[in-house]
Design a protein around this ligand. Structure first.
Ligand code: AVI
Length: 332
């Protein structure tokens, strides 16, 4: 999920403009807000790798447990029988978990093309290189760009049935409205019979959840503060990182796990030609990592018009990969 682009390109300029616009809009709102989609520059990617390796951050291990130890069940749930198909992964990254499924399918001689979609061409070339070494028989068609544009491209490339993977509880980084419109658009961009597998982090003991996002070593804090460093670098700003402190909350009733940065004093921060005033203890809303109940997942499925196919949980029942199918005959 590295959004950094090659220097001096037109694409880079338009991304910097979007970033500038979003940052100013967010910091001029009440309460102040920054989008966690901007966490992932080079340093942010590295910090997220460190987070995934932390013992407290159980999410990765739970979903890995599903992909590694329940691979055949997973394949039975989402893979169309006796029919070639395209397996599309949204935000594939290093495809650490899905590689277990890919290996299983290749070994069984299943006919399919793996289509990883990512905004970062760099990540996709590393992935292609890794997979062609580990699974030389795998057919890969990497798609660089935004999810929905690339889904349309995938549809134009082949009329085969599509199976979409959206893993890692990335859906939890959207607020309720965004998650609904994302799932609805996903449904609208697919054809009847296509399938999706979405990873959801489930509600559990609140201490476990809070610990995963407020680690003792401050890696999650650094992950949040890194966005201020990015704004300083890319938008000529002068945030003093020592004057902002990470604060994490988890509300076990709503399932909202939220991170904030707290301004430690009254201060004015320059961003290019703009000045933003922070009161002492004023918050910047940085990220939501929503935790789900089975009912909430069902509600999301119904609102976006999918049919339930099944689900697989890890051995602790902390994480679920849920399979839905597009059923256009039955919609509205
Ligand atoms: C990428 N995403 C699913 C992570 C999460 O759990 O919300 C990002 C993250 N933020 C803090 N720790 C990890």
């Amino acid at each position: 999920m590295n959004l950094q682009l090659q220097p001096h390109s037109e694409v880079q300029k338009s991304h910097v403009n979007d970033f500038h616009r979003d940052v100013l809009k967010g910091l001029k709102s009440h309460p102040k807000k920054l989008s966690s989609k901007y966490f992932y520059d080079k340093a942010g990617d590295r910090l997220f790798q460190e987070i995934m390796a932390m013992p407290e951050y159980y999410l990765t291990q739970c979903e890995l447990d599903i992909f590694k130890n329940k691979t055949a069940d997973l394949a039975r749930l989402i893979i169309p029988e006796n029919e070639p198909f395209d397996l599309i992964e949204l935000g594939a990254g290093d495809a650490m978990k899905s590689t277990f499924l890919l290996k299983h399918l290749v070994e069984k001689g299943t006919q399919f093309t793996y289509m990883p979609i990512d905004i970062s061409g760099n990540i996709l070339s590393i992935l292609k290189e890794k997979l062609s070494r580990e699974l030389p028989d795998l057919e890969i068609q990497a798609l660089e760009g935004e999810y929905f544009e690339m889904l349309q491209k995938a549809a134009s490339l082949s009329a085969r049935r599509k199976v979409i993977l959206f893993l890692g509880s990335n859906i939890g980084n959207m607020d309720a409205g965004e998650a609904e419109s994302f799932c609805y658009s996903l449904n609208q961009n697919l054809a009847s019979g296509d399938r999706v597998l979405i990873g959801f982090d489930l509600k559990k003991n609140p201490h476990i959840i809070l610990n995963a996002y407020s680690d003792q070593n401050g890696i999650t804090a650094a992950f949040n503060l890194n966005l201020l460093t990015r704004i300083n670098r890319d938008l000529a700003a002068d945030f003093d990182l020592k004057q902002f402190q990470h604060y994490q909350t988890y509300d076990p009733v709503s399932g909202a796990c939220k991170s904030y940065l707290v301004s430690l004093k009254q201060q004015t921060v320059k961003i290019g030609n703009d000045s933003i005033l922070f009161e002492e203890n004023e918050l910047i809303d940085m990220e939501i990592s929503q935790k789900f109940s089975t009912e909430k997942i069902e509600e999301l499925r119904e609102k976006s018009g999918f049919k339930h196919l099944g689900e697989i949980k890890d051995s602790k029942n902390w994480f679920v990969d849920t399979a839905w199918q597009v059923n256009k005959d039955n919609q509205y």
